[in-house]
Design a protein around this ligand. Structure first.
Ligand code: CTP
Length: 402
């Protein structure tokens, strides 16, 4: 049986660079990818949708309210079918709408409805491209997971020479194919991700915990799903919405997390321990709220199980264990020591404290393996960081196979 053809939605908006979109359709087709073109109404005033219909072999979509051919709602049906939404050229207006969630035409509605990866190739006048508002919209979209093919410097439609020219069609297609390749790179694999803090109760109203928000772990689970893995997310208490497509199990205590991890571990090819597991629990927790004078000056505590170390002892040769180390100082040295002690294959280290790490939207991480140089990322959104971490996980899996 041949694999079903992947489908890309190519969003085309009204920039002069629109003529390059024809080559982009061709480029995807040559690589065996089906293309459905979606034009904004303004783009349809620059080039007839018929040209794209003829090239793509499917009717170009422009109008949300056009009489549907079938009974399905078109933008929802297409959102489910596509493996990539590529927007080239993307005007400042389209980028602004995407960044703020405005959905007033087919393309912007599709953007909101689709969970497929998004690739955006901007094209506009230099002043608009470099304007802080456009740059802020692009930064917001990057943080939400969209990827960009940067505009190039060159001759622009307004007669100026500067930044803002649509990237070459081959560059856009190459980037699109790279993302499509990634969309199935973990197919057939099971990934277990832990996230968030654990809580160790003293009584029903008091507990020991830490400030972990769970954001990094949730983004990692989202990335595992995006790469086609069967994804199990074991999460401590957070206020986050579980990633679509992951099997999420909510736990409260370290002991519950340990139980859930041990259950999932035999099937897991990759384990990413991003949770901030509480190291201690109270020895004598009360089932009912106790008055404060019922407690002595010191509260007896005992260590919880180190889940990563436990899995490290049980690990089979094909399994890959990834640990996290959040440190205030001597980050690399501590991470290296923990990697060896817990038999992890990779360690993701970051600095916490002083406003960094816990609960923030961004993270700068260092990735360590038992040998080789330390990989450093700059400050990235947790969405982007999860992509870098999974690229490294895949490289390490490949090394293990050899
Ligand atoms: N970890 C775990 N179970 C625990 C504690 C930690 O699985 N009871 C995992 C974390 O999920 C993380 C890694 O171990 O992936 C390192 O966590 P960290 O708290 O930095 O390590 P500790 O060994 O607890 O070291 P420290 O003495 O610095 O707290």
């Amino acid at each position: 049986m041949t694999a079903p053809t992947k489908k890309v939605a190519l969003g085309v908006s009204s920039s002069i660079g629109i003529y390059k979109a024809c080559e982009i359709v061709r480029g995807f087709q040559k690589a065996g990818v089906a293309v459905q073109v979606v034009m904004t109404p303004n783009a349809a005033r620059l080039i007839s949708p018929l040209l794209f219909s003829s090239l793509a072999g499917t009717k170009t979509i422009v109008d949300t309210f056009e009489e549907p051919e079938e009974r399905s709602i078109k933008h929802i049906a297409l959102a489910k079918e596509i493996a990539l939404l590529c927007v080239a050229p993307a005007t400042a207006n389209v980028i602004g709408k995407f960044a703020t969630g405005v959905a007033d035409d087919f393309l912007s509605t599709l953007f909101l409805a689709a969970s497929a990866p998004v690739l955006i190739a901007p094209a506009m006048n230099e002043a608009m491209y470099l304007d802080p508002k456009t740059q802020a919209n692009m930064a917001r979209l990057r943080a939400l997971g969209a990827e960009f093919v940067e505009a190039e410097k060159g001759y622009l439609a307004c007669g100026d020479t500067g930044w803002g020219r649509l990237a070459e069609p081959e560059t856009v297609v190459k980037e699109g194919l790279r993302i499509l390749g990634r969309s199935a790179s973990l197919k057939g694999k099971t990934v277990l991700v832990t996230a968030g803090p654990t809580r160790e109760h003293l009584d029903p109203v008091r507990f020991l915990s830490n400030p972990s928000s769970g954001k990094m772990g949730y983004e990692l689970a989202r990335e595992a799903v995006a790469r086609g893995a069967t994804t199990i997310l074991v999460s401590g208490p957070t206020t986050l919405v579980p990633p679509c497509g992951a099997r999420t199990e909510m736990v409260v205590t370290a002991a519950e997390m340990e139980k859930a991890c041990l259950k999932a571990f035999p099937k897991a090819d990759v384990v990413v321990m991003a949770a901030a597991v509480s190291d201690f629990r109270f020895k004598d927790p009360k089932g009912r709220k106790a008055a404060k004078h019922a407690f002595g000056a010191a509260l007896p505590i005992e260590p919880t199980t180190d889940i990563l170390a436990l899995l490290g002892r049980k690990k089979k040769p094909g399994q890959l264990l990834v640990g996290f180390a959040a440190e205030t100082h001597d980050v690399v040295a501590h991470a290296r020591r923990k990697m060896a002690a817990k038999n992890a294959d990779l360690m993701v280290a970051n600095t916490v404290g002083g406003g960094r790490g816990f609960g923030t939207e961004t993270n700068a991480v260092r990735i360590l393996a038992p040998s080789g140089p330390v990989q450093e990322t700059g400050l990235l959104s947790k969405r982007e960081a999860s992509r870098v971490i999974f690229d490294r996980i895949e490289a390490q899996l490949e090394k293990k196979r050899r």
